[in-house]
Design a protein around this ligand. Sequence first.
Ligand code: ZN
Length: 298
Amino acid sequence: MSKHGNANASLWLRAFRAILVVATFLTAVGAHSASFIESSPVPGGIALVELDATKYPVSKPAPDVTWNGKFIATLLQADSYFALVGIPLSTKAGEHTLSIGQKNSPTSSVNFIVNAKTYEEQHLVIKNKRKVNPAPLDMERINRENKRLKEVKSYRADRLIAQQFDWPLKGIMSSPFGLKRFYNGQARRPHGGIDIAAPEGTPILAPADGLVVDTGDYFFNGNSVFIEHGLGLQTFYAHMSRIDVKEGDRVTRGQILGAVGATGRVTGPHLHWSVGLNATWVNPLLLLPTDLPPPADY
Ligand SMILES: [Zn+2]
C-alpha cells in the first residue's frame, strides 16, 4: 500500500499510464530483444515460443498474444517474433495453446509444451502466529493489499527497459524458488521468489533499469518495492528495513533501492526477491547470466 495514500496512488497510476502512452509513441514497434532471458518451459519457468515468420513477418508490427486471457509479451529475436510466456507453478505439464490476434476474437494459435518439474517441500516455524492465521482485522488489510498487488502486477510498459540483470545483493541463498511451503504445519502458497539471507541494512541494488511502480508496508511482505522492467517483466523486493525509492522513480541498474530487513512474515533478515512475467511469478535465475556464481558469502 502506498505511503502516500490511495488518492495519490491513483493519481500516480494515471500519470504512469500517460507515460506509457508516450513511451509507446516514441519507440519503434516490436524492436525488443531479450537475449538475457533463458527459456525453461516448466511450471515456474519461462517459455520463448517462436511465432511463424511467414504469417507474422518482422516487417509488420508484432501480433497480440494471449494465454488464458492474459497478455503475453512479444519480442523480436533474430528474424522472428517470440512470445515470452511466464508459466505459473500450478500449470500442468503437457501441451498448451497461445491465442494470436485480438483477445476476444483470436485469429490463430500456436502450441507449446510445458515439461514436468517437481519442487521440494519446506517447513517453516513462525513465532508470530497472527502472521500464519491472521485475525479478522488483518484480513481486511490483506484483502486491500491483494487488490493493490493485483493492480500493480498488471502494469506493463510497452517497451523493454531492462538490458541485462544482476543479483540485487550479495548473500546466501537461503531458500530457492518454487518450494512447496508449510508454515507451522499448514500448507500455503509455493515460494514465488528466492530468499537471500544477508545482515540487516545490507544495500539492495536495482538488478536492471526500470520504473518503480509501487512501494509500501505489506502485512506478509513487510516493506516492499515493485519495479516494472518493461512488457510486464517485473521484480519485487520484500521484508526491507528501509526503502530509498518512491513510486514513479526511474531506476538504473546498480542504484540502491533500500536495505535488507526482517519486516513482515519472516524467520530472520533476508531479501525475498521475485520476478514476475504476465502477472506470474517465475524463477529469477532465468534472468541471470548462467555462468554467474551464487552471490558471495558474508
Ligand atoms: Zn521468500
